[in-house]
Ligand binder design. Structure first.
Ligand SMILES: NC(=O)c1ccc[n+]([C@@H]2O[C@H](COP(=O)([O-])OP(=O)(O)OC[C@H]3O[C@@H](n4cnc5c(N)ncnc54)[C@H](O)[C@@H]3O)[C@@H](O)[C@H]2O)c1
Ligand SMILES: [Zn+2]
Length: 359
């Protein structure tokens, strides 16, 4: 168990195997409400709906499932409106709360709806992808997208509880699993050399059904993210910035592909490699560490070359970055576990490095 200590907004992250059936008991203990609006997808509903329903019923909590279509496109005003309408129809005036049972898309959408419905109702995150367990379910960032860009409409809204059941990960496909591992690796690279070494040792063999190892990884990542969020809940003092390692260039790669080409984790794996390349060029990072990172990334089945994108398309969204002025602020590396926020990285250097990574 990991605690996120944020005074009256503190909450626990429970990590374990086969713990979905404890959801009702945990929600009951927190007195979150008497009805839960359970936002999920069709697959999770059909596979785990009964476990969830039974677990809540045992506590006398009424449950209504709401199915969201898969894909980033569901982080939209249209889905938000549909969800809030159905929630209002379900809300009988007893105390209602939301459970977000799914990947980051469902977590972000349902978390945002929880933040705005009646000016805020409790939200429980039950992340079902590795990426959501190590990252998106923790920290209170909720959002939907606009055609103009990702996550442009959102709120900081901490969940009341996070239940990360490792056993749910067993059905993830290879790409989704690797995508989550990219994010887990990021935590190792920016703050935990032991976590990095664990992933390095297992990279070629680790699969979604290795619950023992995944439990260690998810718990380690949750602990790191919790500590960073505690220091900078609302992204105000820069502490959260190191979580962006690999993300500035990664987001640009994602956007250049029009979202849907690379998974988020694949794009940030490429972003992390570019950040390592820049760190090398600036003589901050030794060659051995850079090679180790690249080997782990390829060992996890993540790309090391950017394909299907032209460099200008990457430069476009990158240069729209809010702080862009011909140079940029990037999270770079001085070693594994030693991130550095570097101001004034020349855009020409970023372009050069990205060009070299293009297949
Ligand atoms: N709020 C944050 O702090 C934060 C942080 C990182 C990412 N995000 C957001 O998270 C989203 C990406 O999340 P994601 O990678 O989880 O993607 P996702 O939610 O789209 O899920 C990926 C796919 O996995 C499937 N899936 C979910 N659980 C499964 C299971 N147990 N078994 C088999 N398949 C399953 C889903 O149906 C979906 O098709 C992005 O929108 C990103 O912006 C948010
Ligand atoms: Zn990310």
């Amino acid at each position: 168990m990991v605690c996120v200590n944020l005074k009256e907004r503190s909450y626990q992250i429970i990590v374990g195997k086969n713990i979905l059936s404890s959801l009702g008991r945990r929600c009951g203990a927190l007195k979150l409400g008497s009805d839960v609006f359970c936002v999920t997808n069709a697959f999770i509903r059909s596979r785990y709906g009964k476990i969830i329903d039974d677990s809540l019923a045992r506590q006398g909590i009424g449950c209504r499932f709401f199915i969201v279509p898969d894909g980033e496109r569901s982080k939209s005003f249209a889905q938000c409106k549909r969800l809030l309408g159905a929630l209002a129809g379900f809300d009988s005036g007893r105390r209602v709360f939301i459970a977000a049972v799914g990947g980051g898309v469902i977590g972000d959408l349902a978390g945002f709806c929880a933040a705005v419905y009646k000016r805020g109702i409790p939200c429980v995150q039950v992340p079902t992808t590795l990426l959501a367990q190590v990252d998106s379910a923790i920290g209170g960032k909720t959002a939907i997208d606009l055609p103009e860009g990702k996550n442009l409409v959102g709120a900081f809204y901490q969940p009341r509880l996070v239940v990360s059941d490792i056993s749910l990960l067993a059905t993830l496909d290879r790409r989704q699993f690797a995508s989550g591992m990219a994010e887990a690796l990021k935590y190792g690279i920016i703050s935990d050399p032991r976590l990095f070494s664990l992933i390095e040792d297992k990279a070629g063999f680790l699969g979604p059904d290795d619950a023992g190892t995944l439990r260690v990884i998810v718990e380690a990542c949750s602990r790191i993210k919790a500590k960073i969020v505690e220091r900078d809940e609302r992204d105000e003092n820069g502490a959260r910035m190191i979580l962006n390692f690999g993300h500035t260039i990664g987001h640009a790669v994602e956007a250049a592909q029009g979202y849907g080409g690379y998974t988020h984790g694949e794009a940030i794996a490429l972003g992390m490699l570019c950040a390592c390349d820049i760190s090398r060029k600036l003589r901050m990072l030794d060659e051995k560490s850079a090679c180790r990172i690249e080997r782990v990334i390829t060992g996890l089945g993540l790309p090391s070359k950017i394909s299907g994108v032209n460099p200008a398309a990457i430069a476009g969204p990158y240069s729209r970055d809010k702080k862009f002025k011909g140079q940029s602020r990037l999270v770079l590396l001085a070693g594994i576990g030693i991130p550095r926020i570097v101001e004034g990285v020349p855009f020409a250097l970023v372009k050069e490095v990205v060009r070299k990574r293009i297949a």
